[in-house]
Design a protein around this ligand. Structure first.
Ligand SMILES: *[C@@H]1O[C@H](CO)[C@@H](O)[C@H](O)[C@H]1NC(C)=O
Ligand SMILES: *[C@@H]1O[C@H](CO)[C@@H](O)[C@H](O)[C@H]1NC(C)=O
Ligand SMILES: *[C@@H]1O[C@H](CO)[C@@H](O)[C@H](O)[C@H]1NC(C)=O
Ligand SMILES: *[C@@H]1O[C@H](CO)[C@@H](O)[C@H](O)[C@H]1NC(C)=O
Ligand SMILES: *[C@@H]1O[C@H](CO)[C@@H](O)[C@H](O)[C@H]1NC(C)=O
Ligand SMILES: *[C@@H]1O[C@H](CO)[C@@H](O)[C@H](O)[C@H]1NC(C)=O
Length: 782
């Protein structure tokens, strides 16, 4: 639906341009160039930039219309490392002329992507012992060689999480720099924060000049998102970290000796693709090993998705790229950033909670979640108001600004439904109207997901079953009263459970790959925060803190980036695909109660998640270090894959950044979409008459565990499908040895009994010694 709106919008712009003869408005476009052409021309021009300037001159209209003085095209960035091309501000006419120039493969308007807004390492099982990932030796000698780049809102360099105490000199291969800007100097970098750059031309082209008093025009992060994500992946260890005493403990990044390079491309929460591209391009040239991007745009085919194009370039240069899956759950097919060469990360809970409990006058008690903090640990028993009794406007139930009536809510506890506006803003609305407390209620789509917020008044969030019950009691008893008690941090909750907000598969852009790939902690995560930023982003909230608790796939993504850095430090020659395989095949699927991981969006906790919610499962860092076998993929394999899903030569050429011809149809038959050496299996059966009833896919595994070992196959068949593997045993004689197998999926008449979006799920596990190399299977009938 979103995409449809955008197309409509673009159509309107074009119409408008035609009507108004010469449009003076310029927009930013991203232009993909033919790499071969650029190489050819490099002999004439010293820098591609000179040639691009020439091209832009060609795009100037030679119109004799003197009434309309045309604005000249303006080059914003040139891209050389992860994609070939440039971005520029152009009028519609200039854009149209440009697309006809030889060597221009594709030009698309710039788009905006959005951010997806201590204890987690312990939860992940990362302990400072001699065997696991946090082995003292691997820490000091290895992880500090790994550099993680963040494309985000920048960084607060003075934060204690970015102190370089105990760190060795910066790896000599590092080519990055610390770029000066408003309130940011080269001395802000150190052995921890080894690079800081900022990219704003695309943002300013769309929104106008950045207001320096609101946001520093530099890599300085005055919002908090980038500081939070960077410290989650690689912040130095800080003891006694907490938010108002909550979640107290040692805050440390997953790979806390790794180096950080901050690439600021997001301003006021908006990130232009042209700036993101420049950030990725620089990061790869600077020498990062891992790139972490907690931002999501609309799902579109890869050749149109410049972030995916640049990520392929980064992957081909050996950089591991992880992206957040998005916060558009619990609805199906919302997952973003789905290219097979990136890691797509969903979000799930920790066993840690912040108990805020509601007691009604009828004796009923409901357990919820809150990080409200004050000396007052409990409110009085106060009258409850909701909807009609709180204001009676159409949006009163959501507690939107101006919707509450002060005379009705004064001194009372207001029930507010979650949704539409921010949860902490609802609290402010209640407080401003004179309310004494707020009980936030989940709507059905949020299920039992208890996200904690630092409310500005006594308030707590309750799940959907409690919401239903309380609304029921209130209809029957208008005199119902409630009190809210705050108990602080609690541990031991059933976990992990997948967040309701976490975006889900199957991917609409590319259903031949299961997405998301993996889940990691993303609910109530404590990490570093700039001392100038309000902890709720409410301007009236003057509370500041060194650490803040946030939720989102923005928070889960850097956990995986940190784990990738640790793996990279131990296995320096592993490809990004091998690291990804290690993380995916070692993931676990059961919670701390021994049940399959369940879904917070569903109040019935016997509703288990599927690979379309959590991919291969929950990250398991210690096991990911030593996965036994890996499924490797080369850059060429991805191009073959794109051919197999019917991308045209021109589209693959754009992604390959060189003339690329897909194999003929005959050749195609030898490489099907399902043959990409991916560590999971997506199988599609079409309902059409005479549609294929069986697929056979090929996989190759590389032995990275024990030299002499044999693996046996263990299959859990999806309902309605027979799965067979040949051979059933893989015997290895040495490390690095590769072995291939074939797996067949045959539909057995009946569709599926699961009926959940007409899919069924299973798995395929290679078991050898202590290793268990698991791949999920998702079968979809269309
Ligand atoms: C500028 O940086 C200093 C720290 O060096 C900080 O205290 C100050 O708040 C910053 N100003 C802005 C506007 O971010
Ligand atoms: C920048 O923001 C400040 C504070 O909101 C405002 O007073 C000022 O007018 C703004 N400057 C410009 C040039 O918009
Ligand atoms: C509710 O309170 C009103 C006014 O205090 C009182 O008249 C009424 O009887 C009460 N209703 C119930 C069901 O307790
Ligand atoms: C939860 O789901 C299971 C299986 O679908 C069903 O048997 C059970 O009654 C449900 N429980 C609730 C409380 O809805
Ligand atoms: C690609 O096109 C061929 C021929 O039209 C078709 O048989 C095949 O199913 C398509 N493959 C995919 C992955 O869409
Ligand atoms: C299966 O799905 C169809 C639509 O997709 C729905 O109409 C039907 O009620 C579902 N059956 C069951 C048993 O849930």
């Amino acid at each position: 639906m979103k995409a449809a709106c955008r197309i409509l919008w673009l159509t309107l712009i074009v119409l408008f341009a035609e009507i108004s003869t010469a449009s003076v408005d310029r927009k930013t476009y991203i232009i993909h160039m033919d790499d071969a052409k650029v190489l050819e021309l490099k002999s004439f021009y010293k820098q591609p930039q000179e040639w691009y300037e020439e091209i832009l001159q060609l795009s100037r209209t030679t119109s004799a219309d003197i009434d309309h003085e045309e604005l000249p095209p303006e080059l914003l960035y040139t891209y050389e490392n992860t994609m070939t091309g440039f971005s520029a501000k152009l009028t519609t006419e200039q854009y149209q002329l440009l697309t006809e120039i030889d060597g221009v493969l594709h030009a698309a308007p710039d788009e905006i992507r959005s951010l997806q807004t201590t204890y987690s390492p312990d939860f992940l099982g990362l302990e400072l012992d001699q065997t696991g990932l946090w082995n003292e030796n691997s820490l000091q000698q290895r992880a500090s060689d790994v550099i993680i780049g963040f494309v985000d809102t920048g960084i607060w360099p003075e934060h204690i999480s970015f102190s370089d105490t105990g760190l060795s000199p910066i790896p000599s291969r590092w080519k990055g720099t610390c770029v000066e800007g408003t309130n940011f100097s080269v001395t802000n970098c150190n052995r921890k924060l080894i690079g800081a750059k900022f990219f704003f031309k695309g943002y300013e082209a769309a929104y106008g000049r950045i207001n320096d008093t609101i946001e520093s025009r530099s890599a300085r992060d005055s919002r908090g998102h980038g500081t939070h994500t960077a410290s989650t992946a690689a912040g130095n260890a800080v003891s006694g970290a907490s938010l108002f005493g909550m979640a107290k403990g040692i805050a440390r990044g997953i790979s806390f000796t790794s180096r950080i390079a901050a690439y600021k491309a997001c301003w006021e929460g908006n990130c232009a693709n042209s700036d993101i591209l420049a950030a990725i391009d620089h990061a790869v040239a600077d020498g990062v090993d891992v790139l972490s991007l907690s931002l999501v745009g609309d799902a579109t085919p890869y050749y149109k998705d410049s972030a995916m194009v640049a990520s392929l370039g980064a992957t081909q240069k050996g950089v591991f790229v992880s992206f957040s899956a998005g916060n558009s759950g619990p609805f199906a097919s919302t997952v973003g950033n789905v290219a097979p060469w990136v890691m797509t990360v969903a979000a799930s809970s920790l066993d840690r909670g912040f108990l805020g409990q509601v007691k009604l006058s009828n004796g009923k008690i409901f357990r919820g979640s809150s990080i409200y903090s004050s000396n007052q640990k409990k409110t009085k028993q106060l009258p409850l108001v909701y909807k009609e009794t709180a204001g009676g406007k159409r949006v009163t139930e959501y507690c939107l600004p101006e919707s509450l009536s002060p005379s009705l809510v004064k001194g009372k506890v207001v029930l507010c439904m979650r949704g539409i506006n921010d949860k902490t803003e609802k609290g402010l609305v209640v407080k401003s109207a004179g309310g004494a407390g707020m009980i936030l209620l989940n709507t059905p789509s949020y299920g039992e997901e208890l996200v904690a917020d630092p409310h500005v008044l006594p308030a707590t969030l309750l799940g959907v079953s409690a919401a239903k019950a309380i609304k029921g009691y209130l209809t029957r008893d208008k005199n119902l009263t409630a009190s809210i008690s705050f108990y602080g941090t609690t541990y031991g909750a059933r976990s992990p459970m997948v967040a309701a907000f976490s975006s889900r598969g199957p991917s609409l852009v590319d259903p031949y790959i299961i997405k998301p790939d993996i889940t990691a902690p993303g609910i109530n995560i404590l990490a570093a925060w700039p001392p100038v930023s309000s902890i709720t982003h409410l301007s009236s909230d003057k509370r500041r803190a060194e650490f803040n608790i946030l939720s989102g796939t923005s928070m889960s993504c850097p956990h995986v980036s940190g784990i990738a850095a640790l793996i990279k430090s131990v296995h320096q020659n592993w490809s990004p695909a091998a690291i990804k395989s290690a993380i995916m095949t070692s993931a676990y699927t059961h919670d701390n109660r021994g049940h399959l991981i369940s879904d917070l969006s569903v109040s019935n906790s016997t509703q288990y998640v599927t690979p379309f919610e959590f991919g291969s499962g929950h990250v398991n860092p210690d096991k990911a270090l030593d996965p036994g076998l890996v499924y490797d993929i080369t850059g060429e394999d991805y191009l073959n894959y794109l051919c197999s899903i019917n991308y045209t030569n021109a589209q693959v050429t754009l992604l390959a950044r060189r003339e690329y011809n897909c194999p003929s149809d005959e050749g195609k038959a030898t490489f099907q979409a399902g043959d990409l050496n991916y560590p999971s299996f997506a199988v599609l059966f079409y309902a059409v008459k005479g549609g294929k009833t069986s697929y056979t896919y090929k996989r190759t595994v590389t032995n990275v565990g024990k030299a002499k070992i044999s693996y046996k196959i263990l299959i859990d068949e999806p309902k309605g499908v027979r799965v067979s593997v040949v051979p059933k045993v893989l015997k290895f004689k040495e490390l690095g040895e590769k072995q291939s197998y074939k797996v067949s999926f045959t539909r057995s008449g009946a569709k599926t009994t699961d009926n959940k979006s007409l899919s069924s799920f299973g798995s395929l596990i290679w078991v050898g010694g202590e290793y268990s190399v698991r791949s999920p299977i998702a079968v979809t009938w269309q």
